[in-house]
Design a protein around this ligand. Structure first.
Ligand code: FMN
Length: 198
């Protein structure tokens, strides 16, 4: 079969999972998927990113405790009710068990400057591209991931003791899918709506 069709078919099952099994995964699998992301294009080839792989249970617990405090603030903030409404169909709440259940968390930072204080270019865009390539690699090796973005992310920098020039970008929880996870029903836009050929 044509390789592009094969790939398009493989990604029909690409979904975000919010529950993970405790099946172990060798860390080299995660590192290899990150290696895919490291080939991403980046503004002036600055590669303005850091990928922290967390397998340590104590650090995962610290991240979960802080994240759940921030989630409580987020859900208590009534000025964000429109946002809360837009999330309802995902059946998510302040509880974030995946932060301790997933075998790996990858916490991703972009660099607002280089270590010598010189300028980076399009750091957040570049890091987004690398992140997308990692998510794609994880899917191709049969793992699932959750893109997690708590409302405030500074705690990630504090817990992981990252330097000043690094800005928390997002967190990926990674593992094998949890058997009992009830995937929310979502629609994807049709190709005619999103692709315009000129
Ligand atoms: C930038 C970004 C931030 C996201 N943040 C969260 C999040 O904080 N919590 C969550 O449960 N899902 C989060 N998601 C996952 C989306 O809810 C999910 O991708 C969307 O509902 C489509 O579902 P699918 O990935 O299963 O196709 C995020 C996705 C992106 C791209």
């Amino acid at each position: 079969m044509d390789k592009s069709k094969e790939l398009a078919d493989l990604f029909q099952s690409k979904r975000t999972y919010r529950e993970f099994s405790n099946e172990e995964i060798p860390i080299d699998v995660i590192i290899n998927c990150i290696k895919v992301g490291l080939r991403a294009p980046s503004g002036a080839n600055m590669q303005p990113w850091t990928f922290c792989i967390i397998q340590d249970e104590i650090i995962k617990s610290r991240i979960r405790v802080s994240a759940e405090e921030i989630e409580k603030e987020f859900y208590d903030n009534q000025s964000l009710n429109n946002w809360h409404d837009d999330l309802k169909h995902l059946n998510i709440d302040i509880s974030k068990p995946f932060l301790t259940d997933a075998p790996y968390l990858i916490v991703i930072f972009y660099h607002k400057t280089n270590t010598d204080n010189s300028t980076t270019y399009y750091a957040s865009k570049s890091t987004g591209l690398a992140t997308g390539m990692i998510i794609s690699a994880l899917h191709q090796v049969g793992l699932v991931s959750l893109t997690y973005t708590p409302h405030k992310m500074k705690f990630l920098k504090d817990v992981l003791e990252r330097p000043d020039h690094e800005v928390p970008y997002l967190l990926l929880a990674v593992g094998h899918k949890g058997d009992s996870y009830d995937l929310p029903k979502i629609e994807k836009k049709k190709i005619e709506e999103t692709v315009k050929i000129y």
